[in-house]
Write a protein that binds this ligand. Structure first.
Ligand code: HEC
Length: 163
């Protein structure tokens, strides 16, 4: 065989091996049930609509991701809000948004300009709507442990050992 032919042959052989390996892998993973998207909300359409409007106007997505939507130009490592209502209560959110200094409730590892701003000056109604909506953001049980671990480690820089 000439050099060129050898090369073509080698490439074809590699492709065949890769495709075979991929098939075996796919068959393996298909045995596992598909868990799907772990996030959902229990909010009514009305609440979703109202909260989304406040969320947009207040620029929460400048820092946070929710439903995997995030302003891609921003690189602030703020926690993702998907499923957050599974680990905190509506009351907690309300107090957090109402705090003059949110870092007194949840410490920050970030510089002041990147950390969670105070929304104490928002109208009470808006803070309640946001809190209600945040509390409605749920995550399925199997995913909760992973989320807790990720958020904990991101916020504290320590290894999560379970609760
Ligand atoms: C300037 C960036 C920024 C903006 C804007 C911002 N956040 Fe945050 N937020 C953060 C950061 C960073 C944290 C983590 C705590 C900290 O570092 O202060 C946080 C924490 C939170 C938490 C607590 C998360 C947890 O782990 O319990 C909630 C809930 C939250 N933000 C919701 C919101 C909502 C709703 C808005 C809009 C009204 C908003 N944030 C706007 C940066 C931001």
């Amino acid at each position: 065989m000439r050099r060129g032919e050898k090369l073509v042959f080698a490439i074809m052989a590699t492709v065949v091996v890769v495709v075979m390996a991929k098939n075996i892998f796919t068959i393996e993973t298909q045995k596992q049930p598909d868990k799907g998207i772990p996030f959902y909300t229990t909010a009514s359409q009305q609440l979703t609509k109202e909260a989304s409007e406040i969320y947009r106007v207040q620029g929460c997505r400048q820092c946070h991701s929710l439903w995997t939507v995030k302003n891609m130009l921003e690189t602030i490592p703020a926690p993702a809000l998907d499923g957050i209502g599974s680990i905190r209560t509506e009351e907690w959110f309300y107090n957090y948004f109402s705090a003059k200094n949110p870092q007194a409730i949840l410490p920050s590892r970030l510089k002041k300009e990147y950390s969670m701003p105070s929304y104490a000056s928002l109208p009470e109604h808006d803070r309640r709507v946001l809190a209600q909506y945040m509390a409605s953001l749920k995550v399925k049980d199997w995913y909760l442990e992973d989320t807790k671990k990720m958020e904990y480690e991101k916020l504290t820089g320590k290894t999560y050992k379970g609760q």
